[in-house]
Each structure stands twice: as C-alpha cells, then as structure tokens.
Design a binder for this molecule. Sequence first.
Ligand code: ARG
Ligand code: ZN
Ligand code: CA
Length: 252
Amino acid sequence: AAAAITIPVVVHVLYNTTAQNISDAQIQSQIDVLNADFQKLNSDASSVPSAFASLAANPSIGFVLAKRDPSGNATTGIERKQVTQTSWGTDDKMKKTTTGGLNAWPSGSYLNLWVCNLSGGVLGYAQFPGGATATDGVVILTTAFGKGGSATAPFNLGRTGTHEVGHWLNLYHIWGDDGTACTGSDQVSDTPNQADENYGAPTYPQPSCSNTSDMFMNYMDYVDDRAMYMFSTGQSTRMNALFATGGSRASL
Ligand code: ARG
Ligand code: ZN
Ligand code: CA
C-alpha cells in the first residue's frame, strides 16, 4: 500500500574532495532506505525479537526527491556545491549560503537533508519540530549517508538517515538521555524504560532499569546500522501526530 503521507526531499551535497561529491545513485539509496524503514518494508524487520514483534510499527511515511523547486521549476531534488571547508561543526553553518553552505528550501514544503563532512565523529544531527525554519532539517556525515559509494561500515546501511529523520519527526532517544538514571523518558509508552544507549550489534536480551530487555534494535538507539530495524507503535503515533490538523508538520 502507498504511504499515507509522502514528503518531498531536497538533498544539499557540500563537497570538498571529489569523493565527497556522492552519486545520484547513493542519494537515491538513502531515499530508498527511508521509504523501507518508515513503511516497515525493511527486509530485516523479520529479525525483531518475538517479545517486541507485536510492537513493530509501520508509520506509513514516504519520501521522494523533490520534483519542483521553491519557484515551481523542475528539479532533481539534489543541489551540489564545492566548498573550501574541509569539515563542519554542528553549528548549522552548512545550512546558509552566507556561511559557506546551501540555504534550506522552505521547511513547510520540504525535508532538507545536508550531506557534508561533519567533524568529531558526529554521524548526523537533526532539528526537532518547532525550531527556526531556516535551519530545519537533518545533517548527515558523507560517510554515513545511504549505501554504496562513500558509505562506510558499520554505518553504511542508511540508518543514520532513519535515526535523524526520526528526531526531525519528534522522536527522542529511546533511553531518555538520562545517563543511566532510569528516570528519563522518550515520551513513548511502549518502549521499555532503558538505562543508556547500546552500541555495536547486541544479542537479545539486554536488560536494564528492571525491563526484560532494552529495545536496542530500535532506530532511536545507537547500535550499528545492521542492528537497528524497528519503530514502535507509540513512536509511529508520535510521528504521525505532527501531520494532523494543527500539527507542526501538517503543511507537508
Ligand atoms: N549519534 C547520532 C545521533 O545522536 C546518530 C546515531 C546513528 N546511529 C547509526 N547506527 N547510524 O543523532
Ligand atoms: Zn540521535
Ligand atoms: Ca519509553
């Protein structure tokens, strides 16, 4: 079935070396991963442990490279710019032409994705709903974007994009960002209370905070790309609330 909502995407590629000027195919691979993961069409959905299988949700959100630019002209949905900067911080400079980057397209009509060489081991970062329109969107490290080309293991399956778009759609980290205290919450009731993030490719179960197991295979944990493969029903409901009348992404 087609997705209930389809979001036009513009990808702003900022490259210093020619290797960072990723191919159209690599860009499309990221769009394909988003479509699979946000419609529960990912082939690894079958790996969800049986204890969590009934909670694995189809958010029914689709993504397509924009076919019209903000002026209404035909576009590939891809912008490219060679830059002198060799790396970027998390200070949004890549989002503005005046600071060496490329401007956002109107955030009420597009998901903006910037691809650039983030410094400091940052795989990506996102702006939550309700922030400044000029900086709305998601930034992804060139080597963690899509599949093939510059994508590098263990972050070579496009899941950084899935995780960051999850933030852009109002999802918090599944462990509640409380540094093992078991008091933080992701504001989602069907994800188990979890102490801290997980890394690598854990085996089930991984208990913490008196749960049976962390839902470490959730896209909003920190495991490797091959080890994350579900959103929960509660997360799906939280994302889809943004598109309802009065929701902060309803214009999409
Ligand atoms: N560390 C990043 C963040 O907090 C992204 C983590 C993505 N994980 C992955 N396996 N691709 O937003
Ligand atoms: Zn995150
Ligand atoms: Ca929870």
